[in-house]
Design a protein around this ligand. Sequence first.
Ligand SMILES: C[S@@+](CC[C@H](N)C(=O)[O-])C[C@H]1O[C@@H](n2cnc3c(N)ncnc32)[C@H](O)[C@@H]1O
Length: 300
Amino acid sequence: MRAPVLDDDSAQAFGGRHSVLKLDTVEGYLNAFTSALRPKFNLVYIDAFAGSGSFKFGGSPALGFMAARPATVHDGSARRALAVSPPFDQLHFIDIDETNAEHLRSISAGRRGAHVHCEDANIAVRRICEQTDWGGRRGVIFLDPFDTAVAWDTLGVIAKTKSLDVWYLAPLAGIYRNAPHDHGDLTPEKKRTVTRILGTPDWEPEFYKMPTQRTFFDGDLHKSPRRVLDTDGIQNFMKRRLETVFPYVEKPRTLYGGSSGASPMFSLFFAMSNPSSAARRVALPIAQHLLKPKAGQFRR
Ligand SMILES: C[S@@+](CC[C@H](N)C(=O)[O-])C[C@H]1O[C@@H](n2cnc3c(N)ncnc32)[C@H](O)[C@@H]1O
């Protein structure tokens, strides 16, 4: 794990320990990926929600006799990708925010093959995927959005390259918060949000069933369907959805956060667009090793 520093004006404020765990995992993969493929292929990295290059969390203001605690600043995905060794040949950093894009230009200035795109990731990823000649090229794309910014179609565009390995931080809490336990509370807006994340309206009949028995907790028999999928069930549903797009999807790692640090917030997925078994033999052992919780590592 990289040592945090104490101040950096360009750092975005977000995340928590789960963000560091996510980035350590992806960074580990990037280093192993370029080491394994460097001599044979031209290597591309796409950071679709690149941020500013660093982020901070954990500070608190002075309170009574307690001194103020500064936030700790951590290297984000873009800085980590720039430091990967052996290096990528092309790096695409995408962020919709102009201030972030300015920081990305500054940290990648002078680096051959580095491009900054200040626009919606769904548009930029489509253009990069469609305009790149993937013959002799392999790459990794990191989808690290806030909330629900990844359009389902974008995953299909990535899959078509047959050359990109994908790390996707899927918004698990974004789904279950919008899929209330009681179907009667499912507003059209919540429905649209879940459909956007999962790319199909078919989730609804799988998520909700009419209870057949009165339970101890229910008291009265429910008059509307109840959500029958817990977070594991939702995660499995997401995996099956991704499997309709990608030839291989690994079991995700659940990342915990929230104010207690114990709420399941995200599912970190690894998927491959390359259908070849040779590519899978290289990539999978690395991804599986990185996704497995390690002794002493922060879990929740
Ligand atoms: C969770 S942060 C990414 C953090 C970054 N990967 C890192 O490690 O520091 C999400 C980023 O996505 C950007 N963003 C939000 N919506 C976007 C969109 N539609 N297209 C591109 N970037 C977007 C935000 O400005 C923010 O910097």
